[in-house]
Design a protein around this ligand. Structure first.
Ligand code: DSN
Length: 421
């Protein structure tokens, strides 16, 4: 690694300096974006290898290029580990990332114009769940369901059953990128079965928490297809996984390649295999438990300060704050204020947000990255305290400078995984 670094610094000092700057930024700040994490040094080692030189279109044992004795071994290991970790009948480890994995899943099972039930974007759903600005939203007929504001964000499953009877979807999709509650997968499965639809769950955010067994696995409730990214709570490289029942294996594989993608990124697949092996170790379960405990601690600390949380709390790793109600700041301003003190979060729409996505009413935070760094419950209380002080005094530059110093000093106690101090 050091040798490679030295080469890069000599050959391309501008890029080397920017990477060094990013390392410094990650080291000196608290990372609260709930979809981010710090990957393992072993994953970084697998990513920076000669596997990036190789074309491997096809699947193990039936490729369109020669020289696959090692790539086949790697992809088989990744598939076996994914199947075993998630108790899946089949795994496809080739999706380049989250959007591609969902697109491949839809295109495997649906015809253009088919109806899909999916969660509304402002209530926590994802762009690929049929947001009108997404290509998927143009290709399929997404009918969106919402969460119940006065029921801690719960989903009205009886109401959803009635909608399903009316619109007769081909697929019932659940999953989210900004919803802090656990889902009732058995209820989704019943709704899908009642109209002969497929049940698909996008667990992109919580894949690591499901793998560790601290959140429920939709495959245990009979789901047909489950997708997850590898780089969020699973702590792997940037990639996607599709897990499914054997009956869908052929369609899913053909949809990923040759349907949607070309050559798989074998360096990423090797790194995925490494992360999946790590996720099967007992230490990963401890990590996942701590991620949830930290989210509870962060929520409790913010609630004790009277800060408004969408749904009133969290069951998983993420929280959504209504910053307009709590601080009179839109999410964009709140994000910038926190950036100034070294706490990274991201602006976020809240349910039925009257404001646009670039200036929404809220902020999304989460604990996977801070937990990887070694932060624990008392640290969450300290972080909540810094956030509240800064957001209550957004124009106080002297206060922000003092808080930035405190955050930086605090962060130095927690080494950056995978990077020499
Ligand atoms: N960008 C991911 C997230 O932040 O949730 C989802 O696409």
């Amino acid at each position: 690694m050091d040798h490679h670094r030295h080469l890069l610094a000599t050959h391309d000092p501008e890029i080397a300096a920017a990477i060094a700057g990013e390392e410094q930024r990650q080291r000196d700040g608290v990372e609260l974006i709930p979809s981010e994490n710090y990957t393992y040094p072993e994953v970084l080692a697998a990513l920076g290898t000669v596997l990036t030189n190789k074309y491997s279109e096809g699947y193990p044992g039936r490729r369109y290029y020669g020289g696959q004795q090692y790539t086949d071994r790697i992809e088989n290991l990744a598939r076996d580990r994914a199947r075993s970790l998630f108790r899946a009948e089949h795994a496809n480890v080739q999706p380049l990332s989250g959007s591609a994995m969902n697109q491949a899943a839809y295109l495997a099972c649906l015809q253009p114009g088919d109806t899909v039930l999916a969660m509304d974007l402002s209530h926590g759903g994802h762009l690929t769940h049929g947001a009108p600005v997404s290509h998927m939203g143009r290709l399929f007929n997404f009918v969106r369901y919402k969460t119940q504001h006065n029921q801690q964000g719960a989903i009205d499953y009886d109401g959803l059953m009635a909608v399903a009877q009316e619109v007769r979807p081909k697929m019932v999709l659940c999953g989210f990128s900004s919803y802090p509650r656990e889902l009732n997968y058995a209820a989704f499965r019943r709704i899908a079965s009642s109209v002969g639809a497929l049940a698909m769950a996008d667990i992109a955010h919580i894949g690591g928490l499901v793998a560790a067994g601290v959140l429920r696995n939709p495959l245990d409730d009979g789901f047909d297809i489950v997708t997850t990214t590898v780089h969020k709570s699973l702590r792997g490289p940037r990639a996607g996984l599709i897990l499914c029942r054997a009956a869908h294996a052929k369609a899913i594989d053909a949809s990923v390649f040759p349907g949607l993608q070309g050559g798989p990124h074998m360096h990423t697949i090797a790194a995925t295999a490494v992360a999946l092996r790590k996720a099967a170790e007992p230490a990963f379960r401890d990590y996942a438990r701590q991620t949830l405990a930290n989210a509870q601690a962060l929520a409790a600390a913010l609630l004790s300060e009277g800060i408004g949380l969408v749904t009133g709390g969290t069951d998983n790793h993420l929280l959504v704050l209504n910053t307009i109600d709590s601080f009179g700041l839109d999410g964009s301003r709140a994000e910038a204020v926190l950036d100034h003190i070294g706490i990274t979060a991201n602006k976020q729409v809240v349910p039925d947000d009257p404001h646009p996505p670039l200036r929404p009413s809220g902020l999304r935070i989460g604990t996977p990255a801070a937990t990887t760094r070694g932060m624990r419950e008392p640290d969450m209380h300290a972080i909540a305290g810094w956030m509240v002080q800064a957001l209550r005094h957004p124009d106080d530059k002297a206060l922000q400078a003092r808080l930035a110093d405190e955050v930086q000093t605090f962060c130095r106690r927690f080494p950056l995984p995978g990077v020499a101090a």
